[in-house]
Design a protein around this ligand. Sequence first.
Ligand code: IPM
Ligand code: MG
Length: 359
Amino acid sequence: MSKKVVLLPGDGIGVEVVREAEKIIAWLSDHYNLDIQTETHLAGGASLDTHDVPIRDEVIKACREADAVLLGAVGGPKWDDYPADKRPEKALLRLRKELGLYNNLRPVMVFSSLKDASPLRPEIVDGVDLLVVRELTGGLYFGQPKGVTEENGEEVGVDTMRYSVSEIERIAEAAFKAARGRNKKVTSVDKANILASSQLWRKTVSRIAEKYPDIRLEHMLVDNCAMQLIRDPAQFDVILTENMFGDILSDEAAMLTGSIGMLPSASLGDGTGMYEPVHGSAPDIAGQDIANPLATIASVALLFRYSLDHEEAATDIETAISKVLNAGFNCRDMSRHARDVLSTSEMGDKILATMAALK
Ligand code: IPM
Ligand code: MG
């Protein structure tokens, strides 16, 4: 029963952090006798440089046929001036759309050993453990019409926020199911005082909620949510929201932990799931073996949980991460909060050694 995982390291530090993740996958495959095969492909700027496209059709096909995809990060200043269809980010958007990854899970938890790393006071972030459930294949990112056209002699840029009932239903279901395994509360975030798509969103989410009487549902306007995340972030359990609001709110929520560099994500649909750190390619520190691989390693935990259905391996990784942090180790981005600062590869090795010691 062999399993296939496609690795898309991408650009910048993506390459370095995926290298550490690969070590973890290999160790767990061996340890649990899972026969996981990995296969590495180019994506983003790396693919543009070699193949002149952000991602090739055959790579999309390999991803579709795999059990899971692990992506590092794409993008960098080198490709910033490329036209819209030749931007590294296009690789991500194609993968999301073509793999049907409508359900983006972004867990945000504050490790007790890192409470002081938050820009908010420790008593405000104490106990934060929330999950952003972001709709990932609709809304402004994909709605038609879209583009820059000419009207009455001047350029006009258009994006369309569009949601169908079925798109809202399936992401709402995902959020309520996730809440069942957590603190049983869903905050659905919209802009229903202004936007038609949000009015439909609110109505549909309320209807789906009737199927989940054990879950508390509240609706919150997006501007208020942005404020509440800073005022009292511990009030949230599951935040359910559309694509663009989720993009913005998840960066804000990530910063509660003090570093976007520690957070994993999962993008799920009906087929292959994709896993990636929330951070970007960080070109300023690329190639120096100083990037923090923990977000990617934590993404591997999600990969084992959701795509390989192996809770034990997922828990091994998460336990090892907590132990390593609690023992005072971290990477340079968190050096103010670490007794021992490790390089990227040292951190990978430390997690491996800690997992081995659990056994
Ligand atoms: C994210 C990123 C992407 C997004 C970009 C890189 C296209 O910001 O995953 O949050 O906007 O979705
Ligand atoms: Mg984002």
